[in-house]
Ligand binder design. Structure first.
Ligand code: SF4
Ligand code: SF4
Ligand code: FES
Length: 261
């Protein structure tokens, strides 16, 4: 406990349903103490304390990467990090959520990198080649990605492997926030995945066909029809739509009605 005056919770966020009988624990949000139910995530605890999100929250499911957070525990020198929507609060957690993390985001035109993508990576992200191999990024990543390894693959020019290894990145920026070489690993990895999709992976025939269908105006009439419908009818159409079963074998399922494909 600190000298901070204990502040009562102000409101219960719409999406926060505290479990009945949950034990209340003290946590510190932006330096102020609150009592919150022990089983909440950081995100729900922040809402329970009366704050509402206008930024720093998206999917609430560990996918969008909008909620990177740092925390320490009173009496523990170590700094921890995680996603606010995935990390459960614990007593005496002192937490701050990053609203945004500034990263190196140079502009580029993918059409200009065909000749030597590795050289273009060096030009756009020279800091990647200054990695000291400390492993802090890998230890920080909430997605358990071996960030240091994909940086090493980038340095070696194996862009396909780097793209595959970084595929699960949710762009939270936590790795970049701790890097002593000031590398923006996640934006460099995005560049590499774009290069990979554009030049290295085989082209998806069905995607090319769909793009040419769109360009040829195949869906214009269907869109107009949808736009002219009443909102309730659109909702009904959505609810009753034919859906691919969750466990369907990849590439095997087709809807009964193929007229709109
Ligand atoms: S690689 Fe970096 S930006 Fe991507 S999920 Fe991991 S910590 Fe977040
Ligand atoms: S934190 Fe930075 S310097 Fe350390 S291994 Fe990761 S990219 Fe390299
Ligand atoms: S809100 Fe999307 S990852 Fe946390």
């Amino acid at each position: 406990m600190t000298d901070h005056k204990k502040i009562k919770t102000l409101a219960t966020g719409d999406r926060t349903i505290p479990p009945v009988g949950a034990k209340m624990i003290p946590i510190y949000i932006m330096g102020r103490e609150y009592e919150v139910p022990e089983s909440l995530t950081i995100m729900k605890a922040i809402e329970y304390a009366g704050y509402s999100y206008t930024r720093g929250c998206g999917c609430r499911g560990g996918i969008c990467g909008a909620c990177g957070s740092f925390y320490r525990f009173i009496g523990d020198y170590r700094l921890y990090s995680g996603l606010a929507c995935q990390t459960v609060v614990a007593p005496n957690m002192v937490v701050v959520q990053l609203p945004f993390f500034p990263a190196n985001r140079p502009g580029y035109d993918l059409e200009n990198v065909a000749k030597d993508p590795h050289e273009e990576l060096r030009r756009l992200y020279p800091e990647v080649f200054r990695c000291v191999g400390c492993g802090t990024c890998t230890r920080t990543c909430p997605m358990d990605i071996d960030v240091m390894d994909y940086i090493a693959l980038m340095k070696r020019g194996d862009l396909k492997a780097a793209a595959e290894k970084s595929f699960d990145c949710v762009m939270c920026g936590l790795c970049a926030s701790r890097c002593p070489a000031q590398i923006s690993q996640f934006t460099a990895a995005m560049f590499v995945r774009r290069v990979c999709g554009r030049y290295i992976l085989p082209k998806a025939g069905h995607l090319e066909k769909r793009v040419s269908d769109v360009k040829a105006g195949k869906y214009e009439a269907m869109l107009k029809e949808l736009l002219a419908m009443k909102q309730d009818d659109v909702k009904k159409l959505y609810v009753e739509r034919e859906r691919e079963p969750d466990m369907a074998e990849a590439g095997k399922w087709m809807p009964k009605d193929t007229t709109k494909l």
